[in-house]
Design a binder for this molecule. Structure first.
Ligand SMILES: [Mn+2]
Length: 348
């Protein structure tokens, strides 16, 4: 099949090859091709297209998920208007980053560009919020597929408003994403968890794992908040090297969580061997198997996955058809597990 990132693939070739419509499906995946404020590697806006393409290779039969897929996973059509806005606004963001880097004195221009980018991010957040709300109100399970890590802000808001003060965000990421702003962008990928935890609808708790790249300001912010628990990767790796089993560490993570959990999964939380093209890779991190074990234990502990996102799966800047397919392959498998566990943990 020839492939165009903006093509709306018919339900006949739905995600994972599951031929079920939105109405028939339990899990609705919202694609958000957005990477306006990414500063380092680019290509995360192709994430949904890349994952969708790779998903066709996955066997639906899965030892731990059984036939959860029979309840239907449906990815909504690729939102071309969002991708177009992304492409337009990313140029403006790049221009601003360039001016900052060369220590430009053109304040007027920088203020204008920053305002335009911030406005576009707010519009995106509103769009994601209304789409997410629509999905949740139909009593369906929501999964957002980014995009960079700023994309799920509106989805997290919709889920938190639905379950006020009952949800914890389980945040898997190499980065803490608790910067106040980055390059003056209020809704940068590096600020998502700061913004979430400062919102009036904030979740009950933020539990972070994989974190191994953060600045001092972020560290101070984490420490200042009793509703944030961070399992720094250095501490976890030391425990593993000292001979502690991953099983015990996962229990410590689960103990921090209330019954309702929203999973925000930045693919760079994994070892970059599994996501070499992601925008800001950092050595260290987890294998997919460790994460699958954690998901399994979450379900066994009776936790309910009330929503999730998967973000920063990237082509590394090239078009999806030219991309290293390994990134989409791993991303699609992670997404399949997230869909399955969200169905299983929400069984009536
Ligand atoms: Mn992130």
């Amino acid at each position: 099949m020839s492939f165009d990132a903006t093509t709306t693939i018919s339900s006949e070739f739905g995600i994972f090859g599951i031929p079920m419509s939105e109405a028939e499906s339990r899990v609705i995946l919202l694609p958000v091709p957005w990477e306006v404020t990414t500063s380092y590697g680019s290509g995360a806006s192709f994430g949904p297209a890349l994952i969708r393409q790779a998903s066709e290779q996955i066997d639906l039969f899965d030892l731990e998920l059984g036939k959860a897929y029979e309840q239907g996973y449906h990815m909504l059509p690729h939102p071309k208007e969002i991708k177009d806005l992304n492409d337009k606004m990313k140029l403006k963001a790049q221009e601003l980053i360039g001016l900052i880097t060369e220590q430009s004195q053109d304040e007027t221009k920088m203020i204008k560009l920053r305002a335009e980018v911030n406005q576009a991010s707010e519009n995106l957040n509103e769009w994601v919020y209304s789409q997410s709300k629509r999905i949740i109100e139909q009593n369906k399970l929501l999964g957002l597929v980014g995009g960079d890590h700023s994309s799920p802000y509106g989805a997290i808001r919709a889920v938190c408003e639905k379950h006020p003060n009952e949800v914890a965000i389980l945040h898997i990421d190499a980065h803490s994403d608790t910067r106040k702003a980055y390059h003056g962008f209020n809704h940068s990928h590096a600020s998502i968890m700061y913004n979430v935890m400062m919102a009036p609808w904030k979740p009950q708790k933020l539990v972070q794992i994989g974190i191994r790249d953060f600045c001092e300001e972020e560290y101070e912010f984490i420490k200042s908040r009793s509703d944030i628990k961070t399992f720094f990767d250095m501490d976890v790796q030391r425990r593993l090297m000292g001979g502690e089993p991953w099983a015990r560490i996962t229990q410590d993570i689960i103990k921090e969580l209330p019954d309702k959990v929203y999973i925000s999964f930045d693919i760079d939380g994994l070892d970059p061997a599994y996501c070499p093209q992601t925008g800001t890779p950092v050595s260290g991190g987890y294998s997919p198997d460790q994460i699958y074990y954690l998901f399994n234990e979450l379900a066994r502990a009776g936790k309910k996955i009330v929503g999730f996102d998967l973000n920063e799966v990237s082509t590394g800047g090239v078009q999806p058809q030219e991309a290293n397919e390994w990134n989409g392959n791993v991303g699609a498998r992670i997404l399949f597990k997230l869909c399955g566990w969200s169905v299983i943990t929400n069984k009536a």
